[in-house]
Design a binder for this molecule. Structure first.
Ligand code: NAP
Length: 243
């Protein structure tokens, strides 16, 4: 008891591992009842089993039906206060090698997925008396990474979506902000060669990759009343990268 999101109901997408799992743990540690929504329902339930009061549910964020079902379930169980659009994939390739399927998959999960999440969450929050939506963008969407034309486009798109939606719903008591992580140690970045990781770390002012919990801290801030006068903002969590 006494946490900064005590008694709130939070949904985190793509939270069976990585940054999403760290966000789910942080929100739960600060008193929220958390729903972990992930592509694989068994992995979502397994992750939730480790977190007091959490529940896991299968949800493909590109599916309108799945996303709506998560929002409806939250509303039916006493209201929705926090929704974090975190699910993500990468399919890196140069323009010479990237296929249209690679583009559609990445833009679909990040941009369509976030749009579906924002639409469903803001409607449920308006019925619940307000709430906070946090969208996970990336510094890749700020400065563009070669080999990530799909991912950078989607992550930049999330910023525009965040601001447009924030303007639409601010007067309904719904705040919508975004976080742009830099290089974070997760299964998504585990595929990098040690050389590529070291080269990227050398280019970061703080000279290291970030940890998932360091992103979760920023998300907790935006999800909570500590940021009660912030909407449409983009917080960079990148150790000073790209400033
Ligand atoms: P991760 O370890 O790969 O975790 C992503 C999670 O999302 C996985 O559990 C994945 O499930 C799930 N997912 C994928 N497609 C989904 C879908 N259609 N519906 C629901 N869930 C889906 O990635 P992460 O590194 O924690 O990244 C989390 C977020 O932070 C992403 O939006 C990512 O783009 C962003 N980000 C990461 C970094 C970084 O350096 N790691 C930097 C900037 C931004 P499966 O494993 O079953 O596919």
């Amino acid at each position: 008891m006494g946490g900064i999101v005590d008694g709130r109901h939070a949904v985190v997408t793509g939270a069976a591992q990585g940054i999403g799992l760290a966000i789910a743990r942080r929100l739960a540690a600060e008193g929220a009842r958390v729903t972990i929504a992930d592509l694989d329902g068994d992995r979502a339930e397994a992750a939730a089993a480790e977190i007091p009061g959490a529940a896991g549910i299968a949800c493909d964020v590109t599916s309108e039906v799945d996303v709506q079902a998560v929002a409806d379930r939250a509303l039916g169980s006493g209201g929705l206060d926090i929704w974090v659009n975190n699910a993500g994939v990468t399919k890196d390739a140069s323009l010479r090698k990237m296929t249209l399927d690679d583009f559609d998959l990445v833009v679909g999960v990040h941009l369509r997925g976030t749009w579906l999440g924002v639409r469903a969450a803001q409607a449920a929050m308006r019925e619940s008396g307000g709430g906070s939506i946090v969208n996970i963008s990336s510094l890749s969407g700020k400065f563009g990474n070669p080999g990530q034309t799909n991912y950078s486009a989607a992550k930049a798109g999330i910023v525009g979506l965040t601001k447009a939606a924030a303007k639409e719903v601010a007067h309904h008591g719904v705040r919508i902000n975004a976080v742009q992580p830099g290089l974070i140690r997760t299964p998504m970045t585990a595929a990098m060669t040690p050389e590529a990781l070291a080269a990227t770390e050398a280019s970061i002012p703080m000279r290291r990759a970030g940890e998932p919990d360091e992103v979760a801290g920023a998300v907790l801030f935006l999800a909570s009343d500590l940021s009660s006068y912030m909407t449409g903002a983009v917080l960079e969590v990148g150790g000073g990268r790209g400033m």
